[in-house]
Design a protein around this ligand. Structure first.
Ligand code: ADP
Ligand code: MG
Length: 721
């Protein structure tokens, strides 16, 4: 009988002859490997092709090479001097010659490589004191394994898990498992030229050639991606099936041509600019969703400054012109307040037919703000307005859907910068919406992620991309300031811009652990910068803004900065998103190496919003190689999508997936960068499979695996929904 993966998941690793309780505990602790399935999908991190192996005698100085050696002698000593280091030296040999190997600050190598050990070394050959040597080479222990391709498993010295132990267990698993059941239809495998699963597991763990390993990898990558895509597509279709939406009146102008009917058209006419091509295209996609009978669930990706607000407001107005209401949710109070004043300005003098008092009359579009700061009296008034339908658009924080707010007929919701908007929130919205229908939802994010990553992380949403900035922007000039001497130039630049009537932001060091500590450090930065006589910003009009300040005070400071009364705002990352003051032309980020790429990009996006040249100074030493890469990337490009690629490279898929995916992380081999085209193929196959067979009744093995890898709760929702 062919094995199903679920069966292997029921067996603890101790069923293997070579694995006793000690090894089992070590595997669990080091790698989270508990079952035979875990072990089978614990893949080599590297494969050594011994046909690439060099002989010591043939090594060329200055070039990198791989040698397979046996250790003859090894010793550790401490270097002298003020900062002593552990220095390990080893003499190694193969049949052809000898080599000296040195390791700095790796005292543990002495225990790892006792005389007699066989190891593979990979490194650059150099000459030191007349002898050939390698310094800090990459070391793989291979025991006495033979064969052309040697899989190298992640090793743990602490847990005494060697690669050859693992390879031996893997061989036992493969032998005892025999043939694996095939969940993917033969037609699909044939069309995509993918090997069968049994060959794939063999080929990844015990390949005869690097080519065979590649063929195996491709198949296993496809399986990982297909499982994720199936789950996402099932979720997408389930939501479409279950939820009844509103067929909004979008007007009779053809979708995408620029008109969606009365109110929206009038809104666009009043804008002081023409929509960009990308804004038109995306609005076409959104209005098509709004007109459709199932609720919209769309993600709008757009770089900082790409003009998402106009798109969002247009979507809300489509709902309003059909007699429904719109809501805009922001992640913070500062942002909600800012959106409120921005949207109110955009909609000034715009009127809607008044169905109430004055029949056939008109009244202004009514926009209101609801946050935790809204007073009780105000709240009561607002609640009545929302329930009665006189409030057309309400803007607020998450409180909008959490509190006892009821709408007369909520038609469209825009969620700004908020990724965690799932099934439960959708249900909450439907309960408050005042009708049987689920409102249309548009989620906006200014943190673009690469297309295939979006497909994987947001694959249950439709995605629109604003990939064009409005004309006339000058890209922000970015400088990385790594030394204290250069810092003077930064403050010089701030004073210069302020003297020319512009404004500046100074962002204080990020302290992830505690908002309290962060506030304190911001306070200190503020005091130092403004200290009479010594402060670099002494004499300017400067204020502090951080998350722990009482809300009225925050609003007062933001108001003064917006009006131009304040010249410099010293702030924590509370200003990260959305803050829009076009007269601000300098952004200084202190300890910039502590911030992530997306965060720095957001912060930088606070300047360069007007026509004037803007500058961004990233102050901080490249404390780690990654930090250095991040800062360099920011200097090199202002394109959010480029930066997203760099971020994905540096942080890997895990972090991106972790933000949203529940259940076990199934991306062990697949890379959202390297395997881009497989992401797309897997998605296409997932749609084809689900649309032909919505519950996958005809594919019990696939159903099984989705359950296995995604957790039963999720799977139950998807498959029995
Ligand atoms: P985002 O939210 O995507 O970062 P905003 O919606 O805040 O961007 O828009 C940034 C700025 O660009 C705003 O001042 C807005 O008025 C302006 N803007 C938006 N669309 C256009 C356009 N098509 N042409 C010119 N300026 C625009
Ligand atoms: Mg915005």
């Amino acid at each position: 009988m062919a094995r199903r993966l679920a069966q292997l998941n029921d067996l603890p690793v101790t069923v293997l002859a070579g694995v006793g309780p000690k090894h089992a505990a070590a595997l669990a602790e080091a790698f989270g490997v508990e079952t035979v399935l875990d072990l089978l999908t614990h893949y080599p991190r590297n494969w050594l092709d011994r046909s690439n192996q060099a002989r010591i005698a043939d090594l060329v100085v200055g070039e990198e090479a791989m040698v397979v050696v046996s250790v003859q002698r090894i010793a550790v000593r401490r270097t002298r001097g003020p900062r002593p280091k552990a220095l390990v030296t080893a003499d190694v040999a193969d049949g052809s010659g000898h080599l000296r190997v040195t390791f700095f600050n790796q005292a543990w190598r002495e225990r790892q490589l006792p005389p007699g050990t066989n190891a593979v070394l990979w490194g650059k050959v150099e000459v030191f004191q007349g002898r050939r040597q390698m310094t800090n080479p990459v070391v793989d222990l291979i025991g006495d394994r033979t064969g052309r391709i040697i899989p190298i498993y992640p090793q743990s010295e602490k847990h005494r898990l060697s690669t050859w132990d693992q390879a031996r267990w893997m061989e036992e698993v493969l032998e005892r498992a025999g043939t694996f059941a095939e969940p993917v239809p033969a037609e699909v495998l044939g069309r995509l030229e993918l090997t069968d699963r049994t060959s794939a597991f063999r080929g990844i763990h015990v390949p005869e050639s690097m080519g065979e390993k590649e063929v195996a990898r491709r198949r296993l990558v496809f399986d990982e991606l297909l499982r994720i895509q199936l789950a996402l597509v099932l979720r997408k279709r389930a939501l479409e099936r279950v939820a009844k939406g509103i067929e909004h009146e979008v007007g009779d102008a053809p979708v995408g041509s620029g008109g969606t009917g009365g109110l929206v058209a009038r809104f666009w006419e009043r804008l002081p600019f023409a929509l960009t091509g990308a804004q038109r295209r995306v609005l076409g996609e959104i209005t098509a969703d709004l007109a459709a009978p199932h609720p919209m669930h769309r993600l709008l990706q757009g770089d900082v400054g790409s003009g998402k607000t106009v798109v969002a407001v247009s979507a809300l107005l489509v709902a309003v012109q059909g007699g429904h209401q719109g809501a805009l949710m922001a992640p913070t109070e500062v942002l909600a307040e800012q959106h409120f004043s921005g949207v109110r300005d955009l909609l000034a003098d715009l009127s809607v037919p008044d169905s109430g008092a004055s029949l056939f009359g008109e009244r202004p579009v009514r926009v209101e703000l609801l946050t935790n700061r809204t007073t009780a009296a105000e709240r009561t008034r607002l609640a009545a307005g929302l329930q009665g339908g006189d409030v057309d658009i309400v803007i607020g924080t998450h409180a909008l859907i959490q509190e006892g707010v009821r709408f007369r007929s909520l038609g469209a919701v825009v969620i700004d910068e908020q990724h965690r908007f799932g099934v439960e929130q959708r249900a909450a919205l439907r309960d408050k919406s005042g009708t049987e229908a689920t409102p249309d939802v548009l989620v906006m994010t200014a943190t673009p992620i690469p297309r295939t990553a979006a497909m994987t992380v947001y694959g249950d949403l439709d995605v629109s991309v604003l990939d064009e900035l409005p004309p006339g922007r000058t890209p922000v000039e970015t400088h990385w300031v790594a030394t204290p001497e250069e810092e003077d130039e930064v403050w010089e630049a701030v004073r210069e811009e302020v003297a020319a009537g512009r404004q500046a932001y100074v962002v204080c060091p990020l302290i992830e652990e505690s908002e309290k500590l962060e506030a304190r450090s911001a306070q200190q930065t503020f005091e130092a910068l403004t200290a009479p006589g010594t402060g670099q910003l002494d004499g300017l009009s400067v204020a502090l803004l951080h998350g722990r300040m009482p809300a009225p005070e925050k609003e007062e400071v933001m108001g003064r900065f917006r009006s131009g009364a304040l010249q410099v705002l010293v702030a924590t990352t509370v200003i990260e998103v959305g803050v829009d003051v076009p007269n601000a032309t300098v952004m200084v980020v202190l300890d910039a190496d502590r911030f992530g790429i997306a965060q720095l990009h957001q912060l930088r996006g606070r300047v360069g919003r007007g026509a004037d040249r803007s500058r961004c100074f990233l102050v901080g030493e490249g404390a780690t190689p990654d930090a250095e890469e991040r800062l360099k990337a920011l200097v090199r490009t202002t394109d959010g999508f480029d930066l997203a690629e760099v971020d994905l490279d540096l942080r890997g898929e895990g972090t991106i997936m972790g933000e949203r995916q529940k259940g076990r992380n199934d991306l062990k081999l697949a890379s959202l960068r390297r395997d881009r085209q497989w992401v797309e193929r897997a998605r296409a196959e997932a749609f084809a499979l689900v649309d032909a067979d919505p519950d996958l009744t005809g594919h019990p093995l696939l159903r099984d695996e989705i359950e296995l890898f995604l957790g039963e709760d999720d799977a139950a929702f998807l498959l029995k929904g």
